[in-house]
Structure formats: C-alpha cells, structure tokens
Design a binder for this molecule. Structure first.
Ligand code: CA
Length: 235
C-alpha cells in the first residue's frame, strides 16, 4: 500500500480544523493540525508534510510570514485558506509563493480537488527536475503548441497576437494555478508601475473571443475575481 500523503492543517478555528481533518482523514490522508504559526513552522520541519493548508488569520502571526519562511528553503506546496472578502491577501500570498488558495466557506470536493492538484504539480516538478518542458498543452478542444507557437481549437488554428499568445502560453505552463494580474503584467509587459489591469483585460477579452464558444461563460480561462486568471486543467 502506498504511503499516505501527509497534510499539515494550520487553523486556529477549531470547527474548521475539525471539518478539514475529518474530510482529509476519511479520504486517506495523514492529517496533522497546528493551531498557531509557531506550531506550524515547528511541524513543517519535524513532521515533513507533503502539503500545507494554511489559514492566513492566525493568533500569533500573519500567515504570509509562514509562506515567506517556508519558501526561503522549500518548494513544499502551500494552499492558503482565506475569507471571501480578502482579495488583497490572496494576491499577496500567491505573490509570496503560495501555490493556490481556497475561499471560505468551501466544500469537501473543492478542498480535495485543490489538494490533489497541488500535490500533483509538486510531484511533477520533483520527478523530472530540469526536464524539458512539455511541447504541448491540451485540454478539451484546446491545444497550445509551444514549439510552433500556435493555439488550436478543435483542430483550427487560432490567430493570436504575440502578446495574446504569450498570455495563454504562460497560463498553459501553469495550468490549474491562478496567475495574478501583477504576475501576468510583469511577465508580458515588464514593470507596471501604475498597477493598471486594463491592457491585460483587453487582451484577455480578445483571447476569449477567439478561443471560447461563449466568452461570457468561459470554458477554458476562468477569472478569479480580484486576483487573476486560471486555465482549466481538465476534470
Ligand atoms: Ca483564523
């Protein structure tokens, strides 16, 4: 029997911690719980978890400082748990190196899907360090061919501008993960001192018009309100 994956749940609210621990345990994860930031940091070192589920509002320290500390020496996957209203926190957490976030209140299936995806991404990076990146990304009818710098929908070549291609290629390289507006702006246009999303929104509207059946209800590129965009990774 394969070893169970160990999840460190960092949560000071007992009811949420209990709910999460129950869901994960019954889905064959090995669960350890920390109620403070100090406990969490100690357990990351002593218990070697495979993933950290991190509540940002902790009694003794800001959750983002835990991300910063862990990221200074480890690529351990971190999923941040945040309240719906705190978009700025999510962005900050992602920019600091969190892998993903989940918004309270959340259900078991969403929680499990996020955890599976984060562990899978981490495992893929570890299994083939320095391996050549994939030549293609394919999901549903969408194909991103990085070699030919082409995007196809149902086999038909989509005519994209350079920047439109660069945006979708970047999302494809990180499929399933949220890329923040700031990250995309920096990668495509360089420094963006005004923090202006307009140029990105215009490009995204064009991409969606070209690849989505119904741009108002995108099937491939999802908007994470106030945070960024995520490319569908398949079911
Ligand atoms: Ca809390």
């Amino acid at each position: 029997m394969p070893l169970k994956e160990r999840v460190l749940v960092v949560e000071d609210e007992k009811s949420i911690g209990h709910f999460v621990a129950t869901v994960l345990t019954s889905n064959n994860y090995d669960v350890i719980v920390a109620h403070t930031g100090a406990e969490a940091l100690a357990m990351v070192t002593s218990q070697s978890p495979d993933l950290v589920l991190l509540d940002l509002g902790l009694p003794d320290m800001d959750g983002t400082s835990i991300i910063k500390t862990v990221r200074s020496w480890s690529r351990l996957p971190i999923i941040v748990v945040s309240a719906r209203m705190h978009e700025r926190d999510k962005v900050e957490a992602l920019d600091m190196g969190a892998d993903d976030y989940i918004t309270k209140p959340f259900g078991p299936s969403e929680l499990l899907a996020r955890i599976r995806a984060a562990i899978r991404h981490a495992g893929a990076a570890e299994a083939f360090p320095g391996a050549a990146p994939a030549e293609k990304y394919q999901v549903g009818d969408l194909v991103i061919d990085y070699d030919k710098r082409q995007v196809l929908v149902a086999g038909v070549n989509v005519r994209l501008t350079q920047n439109e291609y660069r945006i979708i290629a970047l999302l494809g390289r990180h499929a399933g993960r949220v890329l923040t507006y700031d990250y995309l702006l920096r990668e495509i246009w360089g420094a963006n001192p005004r923090g202006d999303n307009q140029i990105l929104r215009v490009n995204m509207a064009n991409i969606r018009r070209k690849i989505e059946k119904n741009p108002a209800e995108p099937q491939y590129i999802f908007t994470e309100a106030g945070v960024g965009y995520r490319l569908w990774e398949g079911d």
